[in-house]
Design a protein around this ligand. Structure first.
Ligand SMILES: NC(=O)c1ccc[n+]([C@@H]2O[C@H](COP(=O)([O-])OP(=O)(O)OC[C@H]3O[C@@H](n4cnc5c(N)ncnc54)[C@H](O)[C@@H]3O)[C@@H](O)[C@H]2O)c1
Length: 440
């Protein structure tokens, strides 16, 4: 099939590359010329395990190309994915300006009947809006091609995006006509061989399903963080509790990890967007609001613990930080907890020396105005001679450090485990003071 994908970020690039890998002829279009130039050279601008070989293979086979030209993208395909960003607007609503701009660009150029599939996470009603915006432009041109839209929200996880796309748990298809549903069936057939993973529903329910999934996961995390803070006061270890409740099949083990708050490009903005939608409709959404409030508090917990270790005065102290990405296996730092920790500590006069296996180029850009923030070439270099160490991201390489060495090099002997990665007794036995989240 001939497919165009608009937006070559974490979702658009993975979608385009994976669809090309199974033999489709895919053209990806993006407004960022530097990104497109890099992609045309075969460089993958994001860190996503397994993506590079898929891009390389598909480009070599002639199935995957990149352009900045909408004319080319529209001329190429009659199936067009919209996978541009939907960041938070100032009032918390999803900023749909990129999506609307795509719709207008399409409407100005479409030359035949087309199916436009919205993959971006968008509020209920957006697909209708996209279709009307395209039709409005077609009307101005005096042409009447049949434009159908379908909702196909994406559920890939950064760090596992290729695997998630190739072997999805489910593919949500929101469409109101049989022809679109049939096209989507064919499109996903190569990823759908051993059982039918397509869940077909109406467009509005599909749009809502994506928000429901992300908000559910975010609520679970905030729930565990709230319990973790209480556990600390009660002399309870939240890690035991996590295992105890996670083994209940009604609850399940995922997304029960207490930590330094959630971040990333999706949970925070999707929570805000759904709350905005509910507020607009004057509909209560207390649980979602509580999840946001708990998370805002939780993002400060690690910095507060560090300050307490120094009796409130961290001025002139050096804090080593392991991990900048919002989670392991990605370079994405959007709304990462590390940013909150760095801001709190440097605002109080501490120096932060950080290391992350892949997110440092992003950190360099984000932190360029913070003179108290520096980067180290390795985890060891970051910790060497620092006062204390805080671990923010659960990268594999941080899972089993040399605690004896850490105890010998950290001057104020504190290890702040923002992911509950370590056994407190082992850390203490090495001569360090251990601080976890919700642990005795
Ligand atoms: N990142 C994730 O893990 C994830 C997972 C599921 C769903 N989503 C959703 O998918 C959407 C995309 O997320 P992302 O993380 O890939 O975003 P991203 O910011 O990584 O990428 C968006 C891309 O779109 C391009 N773009 C913006 N406006 C454009 C336009 N008018 N025409 C062409 N290109 C344009 C940008 O230059 C950028 O390259 C969002 O709605 C997001 O909520 C993201």
């Amino acid at each position: 099939m001939k497919i165009s994908v608009i937006g070559t970020g974490y979702v658009g690039l993975v979608t385009g590359a994976c669809l090309a890998d199974v033999g489709n002829d895919v053209l990806c279009v993006d407004v960022d010329p530097r990104k497109v130039e890099r992609l045309q050279r075969g460089e993958v601008p994001i860190h996503e395990p397994g993506l590079e070989p898929v891009v390389e293979r598909s480009m070599k086979a002639g199935h995957l190309r990149f352009t900045t030209s909408y004319d080319e993208a529209v001329g190429h395909a009659d199936i067009i994915f919209i996978a541009v960003g939907t960041p938070s607007g100032e009032d918390g609503s999803a900023d749909l300006s990129h999506v609307v701009s795509c719709a207008q660009e399409l409407g100005r150029r479409l030359r035949r009947d087309s199916l436009v599939i919205v993959k971006s996470t968008v509020p209920v009603g957006t697909n209708d809006m996209v279709r009307e915006a395209i039709r409005g432009e077609l009307k101005k041109r005096g042409v009447g091609f049949g434009v159908r839209t379908a909702s196909n929200p994406e559920f890939l996880k950064e760090g596992f995006a290729v695997a998630d796309f190739m072997k999805p748990d489910r593919v949500i298809v929101g469409a109101d006509d049989e022809e679109s549903i049939e096209t989507m069936r064919q499109l996903y057939a190569p990823f759908n061989r051993n059982r039918d993973r397509l869940i077909v529903m109406d467009v509005r329910s599909a749009e809502f399903t994506k928000y429901a999934a992300n908000c559910m996961l975010a609520v679970r995390i905030s729930f565990m963080n709230e319990l973790a803070n209480l556990a600390e006061r009660l002399g309870v270890d939240i890690e035991h509790v996590r295992q105890g409740i996670g083994s209940d099949p009604r609850i399940g083990p995922q997304f029960l990890y207490a930590g330094a708050g959630f971040g990333g490009s999706c949970f925070p903005k999707d929570l805000r967007a759904l709350i905005h939608t509910a507020d607009e409709r004057r509909q209560a959404c207390d649980i979602l609001k509580a999840a946001v409030d708990v998370n805002a508090r939780q993002r400060r917990v690690l910095a507060d613990k560090i300050k307490q270790h120094f009796n409130g005065d961290v001025k002139g102290r050096t804090i080593a930080l392991w991990g900048l990405a919002f989670k392991a296996n990605t370079d994405d730092m959007r709304e990462a907890s590390s940013l909150a920790v760095i801001e709190e500590l440097t605002a109080a006069g501490a120096c932060v020396v950080a290391y992350d296996p892949v997110a440092m180029p992003n950190a360099r850009v984000q932190m360029r105005d913070n003179s108290l923030f520096t980067l180290a070439a390795s985890a060891r270099e970051a910790a060497e001679g620092a006062d204390v160490l805080a671990v923010i991201t659960e990268w594999l390489e941080f899972r089993s450090p040399d605690f004896e060495w850490l105890a010998s090099t950290l001057r104020a002997k504190g290890l702040f485990d923002g992911r509950n990665l370590y056994d407190p007794a082992t850390v203490r036995a090495a001569g360090l003071t251990y601080y976890g989240i919700g642990r005795v």
